[in-house]
Design a protein around this ligand. Structure first.
Ligand SMILES: Cc1ncc(COP(=O)(O)O)c(C=O)c1O
Length: 376
């Protein structure tokens, strides 16, 4: 991968843009405006993305949050319903539930893979539960065999939030192949980027058609005749051209993410009780973000480490806060005791810089400082 990191600054996240990517975007910029060319790259990207994931239908959206919103609307989630999300994730996994006015229920995460499990999910299921947003956190995959079995018995839709797991595999199935819908983010920070952007995948024709209708102001296809008030979640040809170009390089991008993860693990291997993204035998982890969690033996929390690293001008980010603890939800009282793994891992976890322009030398020096801080 081309080293375009000239000023030696380390960034948390950011893309790799190749000359070939530039050429494809320039083609869209020069030629992608009129007639059938206006959405040519959107359609090509959707087609290739669906094929890559062995899904029937793909719909590009403005971002992953809007893709989740469309998915929830298409299965008629309403104010009477409950939707379950893991407590530790980015708020984009859950905010659309509130847009609709449904109730959000937070499930605890698993200590090893940091995702929900059948057990933590089951504890939040009621007769009002209509769907669950299962998040593949930082590239990690949950136990989908058990989750699928449980959701089938309870007639609950799975929305697979694969925003962070493009390229991960669970038992031979790619992330993006689970549940009624899978959704992706192509935010600037993601392994495959379109700046801002998202994708919804499904195998259900009716849900696909409904999401497509709701994506563009509820108009009858090809007309200016609107039959419902809907949303404007349309993607743009230039964004899609970049996504289409980046998808051709997905193996290269994922392989660099894995190298970064392996290098961090190797360089920090003599720090005891430090836990990284896991890769059980039946999975392949595309490790969007290398993340560590300090064992409970450490008295310090990740906030201490992040603060010390910043004294050296080195970045790190806290593990996601439990959503229930944030002022946006303000439900800490209800959830702190019952979601104790989420609350404890959130305090002890932090993300390491994983921008695709980071160099191995930068990782080496970063690890020397981090080691000193942890072991001090
Ligand atoms: C797990 C997860 N879900 C949803 C989102 C929302 O994605 P977007 O910013 O594209 O709406 C993100 C984005 O960072 C995410 O990491």
């Amino acid at each position: 991968m081309k080293d375009n990191n000239k000023d030696n600054q380390i960034f948390m996240a950011g893309p790799s843009i190749s000359i070939e990517d530039e050429k494809i975007v320039i083609d869209a910029l020069r030629n992608g405006w009129y007639g059938s060319k206006a959405y040519e790259y959107v359609e090509k990207f959707e087609y290739e993305f669906a094929s890559y994931h062995n899904r029937k239908f793909a719909l590009m959206t403005t971002n992953c949050t809007s893709a989740i919103h469309l998915a929830l609307l298409s299965i008629n989630v309403n104010k009477e319903d409950e939707v379950i999300v893991p407590d530790c994730t980015w708020i984009g996994s859950s905010s659309a539930i509130k847009y609709i006015g449904a109730e959000t229920k937070f499930a605890d995460i698993d200590r090893d893979n940091w995702c929900i499990s059948a057990e933590t999910l089951e504890a939040r299921i009621s007769n009002k539960t209509k769907a669950v947003v299962v998040v593949n956190l930082y590239g990690n995959m949950p136990n989908y065999n058990e989750l699928e079995k449980l959701c089938k018995t309870k007639s609950i839709h799975i929305i697979e939030d694969a925003a962070e797991s493009l390229g991960s595999i669970y038992e031979g199935r790619k992330s993006g192949n689970f549940g009624t819908f899978s959704v992706f983010s192509f935010h600037r920070s993601k392994t495959l980027t379109t700046g801002e952007g998202g994708m919804l995948l499904t195998d259900d024709l009716e849900f696909y058609k409904r999401c497509k209708f709701l994506r563009d102001h509820g108009r009858q296809p090809g007309t200016y005749y609107n039959t419902e008030i809907a949303y404007k979640y349309m993607p743009f040809n230039l964004q899609a051209a970049l996504g289409y170009a980046q998808l051709k390089r997905i193996d290269e991008l994922v392989s660099r993410k894995r190298e970064i993860w392996q290098l961090y693990k190797e360089k920090l291997s003599d720090v005891p009780n430090l836990f990284f993204n896991i890769e059980p035998e039946n999975t392949f982890n595309s490790v969007w973000s290398t993340t560590c969690v300090l064992g409970d033996q450490y008295e310090i929390d990740s906030s201490h480490i992040i603060e010390k690293l910043s004294d050296y001008n080195l970045p790190a980010r806290p593990f996601f806060y439990p959503l229930s603890s944030l002022p946006a939800y303000n439900e800490k009282k209800e959830y702190e005791k019952i979601n104790n793994v989420s609350y404890s891992i959130s305090k002890k976890g932090f993300n390491l810089p994983c921008a695709l322009n980071i160099t191995n030398d930068q990782i080496n020096t970063y690890c020397e400082t981090l080691k000193q801080i942890i072991l001090d």
